[in-house]
Design a protein around this ligand. Structure first.
Ligand SMILES: [Fe+2]
Length: 252
């Protein structure tokens, strides 16, 4: 069980603009939505994995009624895996709606705002996971980058190996339809709107161990379904290698 904390529940964040659930690989679905931070709105993605008649949600994005109907048509939501230290703001909504089991990475906390050291705890996972944990997805494994809070990459066997990331890897070749103007300007000037990269604030603020970031390239994969941006289908290691090696090989 997670460490007991003083939890101050908050209202569920509102539904924000999003697209439609699309099947990327057999039993692997994805929907592009958005998140608001101050005046900025920018895109983020939820991945849904079907296991028999059950669903596992990763990087939850609250959907509108039509979106929830489409989700329900895929199966029964049974699990949430919270992989990103900065993600999961809609986990509480799905927990409330479905009574599903929520699993976060050991050492993570659901905190308000952007500062892990300060914000109130607004929610708690039912259990924790690490690289040795049995996961509710057949053949899946978890790779943990030991930042504070930790950031995980989930590998599933689909299509020769597929990584699902939150902020560790992202692919925003351009500001898409789920950005507003402030988001487009802010995230572009901030150096986040780039192809085949990593979330710059995560790198700058938490300085993930370089060897652990380099280790992502060794996970055995062809594709990446990032928490932000477009799906990268085929040849993903070579596409991300320059950004990863530029960071992992740099001094300091
Ligand atoms: Fe993110």
């Amino acid at each position: 069980m997670p460490e007991a904390r003083n939890v101050k529940p908050r209202p569920f964040p509102p539904v924000r603009p999003h697209g439609e659930l699309k099947e990327v690989f057999p039993d692997v679905f994805r929907v592009s939505g958005s998140i608001g931070i101050g005046p900025m709105r920018f895109s983020r993605n939820m991945t849904v994995i079907r296991q028999g008649d059950g669903l596992v949600l990763i990087n939850t994005v609250r959907l509108n009624d039509g979106g929830l109907d489409a989700l329900d048509a895929l199966g029964q939501v049974r699990h949430i895996l919270r992989i990103g230290g900065w993600h999961g703001s809609d986990d509480a909504f799905y927990k409330d709606r479905y009574g599903c089991l929520v699993t976060a990475v050991k050492g993570q906390r659901y905190f308000e705002g952007n500062t892990a050291e300060k914000g109130n705890t607004y929610f708690e996972a039912d259990q924790e996971m690490d690289a040795d944990s049995e996961l509710p997805i057949q053949g899946a494994s978890l790779y943990v980058v030991n930042t504070a809070p930790p950031e995980a990459v989930l590998r599933i066997p689909a299509a020769g190996g597929t990584l699902i990331t939150a902020d560790a890897l992202l692919h925003w070749p351009h500001a898409d339809e789920n950005f507003n103007f402030a988001g487009k300007v802010g995230m572009t000037l901030g150096g986040m709107v780039k192809p085949y990269t990593m979330m710059k604030p995560w790198i700058d603020k938490y300085k993930p161990p370089r060897a652990e970031v380099a280790g992502i390239l060794e996970l055995g994969f062809e594709n990446v379904l990032p928490g932000h941006g477009e799906a990268v289908i085929g040849g993903a290691p070579e596409k991300f290698r320059p950004a990863i090696e530029a960071y992992a090989g740099s001094a300091g």
